[in-house]
Design a protein around this ligand. Structure first.
Ligand SMILES: NC(=O)c1ccc[n+]([C@@H]2O[C@H](COP(=O)([O-])OP(=O)(O)OC[C@H]3O[C@@H](n4cnc5c(N)ncnc54)[C@H](OP(=O)(O)O)[C@@H]3O)[C@@H](O)[C@H]2O)c1
Length: 251
């Protein structure tokens, strides 16, 4: 991926991984549009950064996507990079009589349908740009599920599969399809305690390693994989799946 001079839309960029990547990409001379639902977070991100723009967007809402895409086509017709990063993660107890599929459907709407809708809406214009790219944030849990997060893990496995097909279908275009699979990282994805969880990778360390991989073009088969996620990424093909699943789901 070209690392400077892009116009980049990042969803879920008011916090966590999206914000950290937005700041680093802005530092490298890219025009960055940060998107999410909470306006106050977006305003804070752009407040000290000239040329950054904020866009209110709810990726689980088709109307919100349509409005945002219309806005982008007017204000940023040369947008050439989409980062599908917004996501939600909730535990589910499938053994509870009270379990119903509402939470699962909400995760699918944001993590899966939101990515498909936004990608579908922007692909026609991305295909007209040179050096276009779509980066989508999946997870190490795409490869080995965390059983207490069944639907969340499955949404990321869906994206991992779908992205391979998208990449293959677009192989003769100028649109690069990249998958970013974070390990467990210090953000508020799973609640405020995750920000300081010593088992989670520090956010700045993660984002810096991602930038190094992108800058060096070290994205084999379109995958952006920091060292910490390799245990999960390689579990199946290295014959460690059963142990990795057992270790990840111990207790
Ligand atoms: N942190 C980890 O351990 C980890 C590991 C693997 C993968 N990931 C993935 O990394 C991505 C970023 O998560 P994070 O860890 O940085 O957590 P985060 O700080 O909670 O970021 C998630 C972002 O998504 C946005 N978002 C949620 N629902 C949205 C919607 N319907 N429309 C638009 N934006 C929405 C949120 O902003 P608003 O609420 O303001 O909309 C928030 O800024 C997610 O896809 C997550 O699954 C994280």
């Amino acid at each position: 991926m070209k690392m400077t001079g892009n116009i980049i839309l990042i969803t879920g960029a008011g916090s966590g991984i999206g914000r950290a990547l937005a700041e680093r990409l802005h530092d490298r001379g890219n025009r960055v549009i940060v998107a999410g639902r909470r306006r106050e977070l977006l305003d804070e991100v752009i407040s000290t950064r000239e040329g950054m723009a904020a866009l209110e967007l709810d990726v689980s809402d088709a109307g919100s996507i349509a409005a945002a895409v219309a806005d982008i086509e007017t204000r940023f017709p040369e947008l050439n990079v989409l980062v599908n990063n917004a996501g939600i993660s909730r535990p589910e107890d499938l053994t509870a009589d009270a379990w119903d599929s509402d939470l699962a459907e909400a995760m699918i709407a944001t993590n899966v349908t939101g990515v498909l809708r936004l990608t579908a809406a922007l692909l026609p214009s991305l295909k007209r740009q040179s050096n276009a790219a779509v980066i989508t944030t999946t997870s190490g849990l795409a490869y080995v599920p965390l059983a207490s997060y069944p639907t969340y893990s499955a949404t990321k496995a869906f994206l991992h599969s779908w992205l391979q097909s998208l990449r293959h279908q677009l192989r003769d275009t100028d649109v690069e399809i990249l998958e970013l699979s974070p390990p467990y990282v210090q953000t508020e994805l799973g609640g405020p305690q995750q920000l300081t969880d010593p088992y989670a990778m520090p956010l700045a360390e993660f984002a810096d390693e991602v930038m190094t991989l992108l800058e060096s073009g070290n994205t084999p088969a379109g995958e952006i994989l920091v060292d910490r996620v390799m245990g999960y990424r390689g579990a199946e093909r290295e014959g460690r799946y059963v142990e990795t699943f057992a270790h990840g789901n111990a207790g």
